[in-house]
Design a protein around this ligand. Structure first.
Ligand SMILES: [Zn+2]
Length: 197
């Protein structure tokens, strides 16, 4: 490569990000270097600041800068938990305003091929919370991938016998799509039409 090593390294960092191919990574890296140094400093500092301050809520694992996130604090009386794969998946629920309950972020979905079993997710804590906090409905918002489906089925099975309603989002979320990017109307429909197990 004719690029200097430090530039190559920057390109490699960008291309390690989701959705960023080599071409885009190179374009971003060159763009950063073409602007004043202060902008590069600000950019790198904001990455560090977020990495240092943002952490999972100790109750629901949604990203927060506090010990307990504002949703857990403000909705402490809510009796529904919506289970999602990752923190950003709560955004379409919040944007559409369709849901006013609690969340629980699993931190992934079952993926035996990648060695992700139930113990790698936060499933035991979820089950305990549902059983001890008088939760009335668990909404499984896990997307429509095969991994999401089998994770939903496992949670449903583990909650059998607990007196709690279990539901899942209606079809309409495009197959295999990332919940995070679902638009508000689709989310509204999927939520309102949610199916009881
Ligand atoms: Zn929380």
């Amino acid at each position: 490569m004719i690029e200097p090593p430090s530039l190559e390294e920057l390109i490699a960092e960008f291309s390690s990000l989701p959705g960023i191919g080599n071409k885009t990574a190179r374009r971003l890296a060159y763009h950063i270097l073409s602007r004043p140094r202060e902008q590069a400093v600000r950019f790198s500092e904001s990455i560090l600041k977020a990495a240092d301050h943002v952490k999972p809520c100790s109750r629901c694992y949604v990203f927060t800068e506090d010990e307990i996130c504002s949703i857990c604090r403000d909705r402490s009386n809510a009796k529904t938990i919506c289970v999602v794969e990752k923190s950003s998946d709560i955004l379409p629920f919040e944007r559409s305003g369709v849901y006013q309950g609690l969340y629980f972020v699993l931190g992934g979905v079952l993926s035996p091929l990648d060695g992700v079993g139930p113990e790698a997710l936060h499933i035991p804590l979820l089950i305990e919370r549902v059983k001890t906090e008088g939760i009335q409905e668990v909404i499984l918002g896990l997307g429509s991938s095969p991994e999401g489906e089998s994770t939903a089925l496992l949670i449903d099975r583990l909650l059998e016998g607990a007196s709690v309603k279990r539901s899942r989002l209606a079809r309409g979320i495009p197959m295999g799509s990332d919940l995070e990017f679902v638009d508000e109307i689709t989310m509204l429909r999927a939520f309102e039409g949610r199916v009881i197990f």
